[in-house]
Design a protein around this ligand. Sequence first.
Ligand code: ME8
Length: 655
Amino acid sequence: MDKKKFYITTPIYYPSDKLHIGHTYCTVATDVLARYHRLLGEDVMFLTGTDEHGQKIEDKAREAGVTPKEFVDRIVEGPRGVRDLWKLMNISNDRFIRTTDDYHVKSIQYIFRRLHDNGDIYKGTYKGKYCKPCESFWTESQLKDGKCPDCGREVQDAEEEAYFFRLSKYADKIRDLLENTDFLEPRSRVNEMIRNFIDPGLEDLCVSRTSFSWGVPVDFDPGHVVYVWVDALSNYITALGYGNGRYDDYEKGWWPGVNIVGKEIVRFHSIIWPAMLMSLGEPVPKKCFGHGWLLLDGGKMSKSKGNVVDPYILAEQFGVDALRFFLMRTFPFGSDGNFSNELLIQTINTDLANDLGNLVSRTTAMAGKYFGGTLPAARRYEKERDDELVKLVLGLRDKYEDAMEHYAPHKALEEVFKVVQRANKYIDENTPWTLAKDMEQNGPRLASVLYHLLEATRVCGILLTPFMPVSMDRLFAQIGADASVQTWLSASMWAALPADVHVAKGENLFPRVDTDKALQELEAAVEAAKQAESGVELEPQLAEAVDFDTFCKSDFRVVKVKSCEAVKKSEKLLKFILDDGTGTDRQILSGIRKWYEPEALVGKTLVAIVNLPPRKMMGLESCGMLISAVHKEKGEEVLHLLMVDDAIPAGAKLC
Ligand code: ME8
């Protein structure tokens, strides 16, 4: 019989900066769920990846003086990049998609065309607000105090020719999906979506842009690139081969899957994504689970706020499994949680070193000391002393399963640790060291006590495997549990270990952490990482070679600044009126306000490329681009407009 298929995904990460502990939280949780389903014996496909298009990446690459692809390549594939982080964190993804992968790009063009051909995408003019960091469009009424409702930052006016997706057409179906099925969890997110988006009325969604080029081009209208969220959301099916020939897993029944996402992107996953799928005539996801945020000092971590926690530093200091465990044990998965180093150390010391570590080391040490490591077959079971522990162990798998099926890994761990704590208490109740004083009389009882402890440890070990795979392998080796007694089935069985089990005390699984020392070391590691980062600048890269004819097509001209002023409501833009020698004024907008006072530039002789297609910024047309030189000083970007001899007349061609 074919195994049951289970397809689970993380969001694809935006590689504008290195990933932090919040991203790690989301991926570890999804990994734990994927491993749990493998433990159940299901055929699991686990997808993660990176979402690499959009204006933010284009801008960041320009600032760094590299191409957008070079920029994302470094963060995704480079040292301590996204791939390295998932390897370090022992993430067991089966597939990794990058939205710049050719097969994905091809699928996006196919999907866009299909949505267009079936009448759900039409052309119009977009006027609204755009939050650049979030890559999100908002209507005026959705803003919070005039700012982005997700991140609280300034939004920009946006107006351009654009394609729209008929999201409004799907409003009733989406309401039904949210209200009458358990598609979206936790339930509180359903209420948020209905109140904030469905009740006020769904508006059609702008799904293409013309003012930047780093995206998937609309193949039937090349000035447009596909809106980054349409591009990104589709990854869940393009990675299975939808619309491309790279894979054929879509047809093989892997879809629909489970989308695990953070709460701020639930809107995209529970409204826009199902509507797109409905329009394509494809099934909606089985589940969308919106987890909470890890907060630092009560606020969301973000690189721009400078309050991110580096998962590399934590994993190197405390161990990967301890970090994975902490993330899942401490924060209820659907809610926000406050991260702190102190909490991390406390969790390691209490649960792992004291409770689980001690249980394993005491049990294996006693088996070694009293029986040379191999338990004798003669046993004395004492019902009134043993039954409670046995019952608890035998009931554990069901409780754990119930929690995991409800996307509550924290609850599953709570149940496991009830058993770990009960087992430690059982040691104190049965005082093996007293029994050992009279081995002739009490040897069989002592063997029975130790066997009970080993069995309790084994079952807990199985259920902890998705959370701490490497440490549980070591635990199984110490308690003499071979692969046949590490299975899901055997987690509901008592006495699966052989009667004459051989135990081998090994190294402490989870050493106790000295809080003060660890905090000092962490501080030093964070400082060292900062120093290293400020010293590292992106190596200057020479651009891809272009042939001479292509180069000659660029029309560089000397221009004279007739007037220059700041563009209203823009923090970056200056508006130039230029004499380009043609007798007609040329208007160019340039994002250089940070470096120049507009008045100081009037009368200057500059260089511009004049044959770029006009583009609109903040509702104003810009015809060309001024040429500048950019470099970095102490990690800060510095820009110089290229100024040439005033004796050169306007319109002179550079060649
Ligand atoms: O949203 N705590 O990418 P992203 C918990 N590219 N989770 C956090 C977090 C925190 N402090 N910070 C971030 C994107 N996350 C899009 C996804 S999917 C088609 C496209 C989570 O790199 C966040 O909630 O900004 C999101 O689920 C994930 O990290 C990726 O965030």
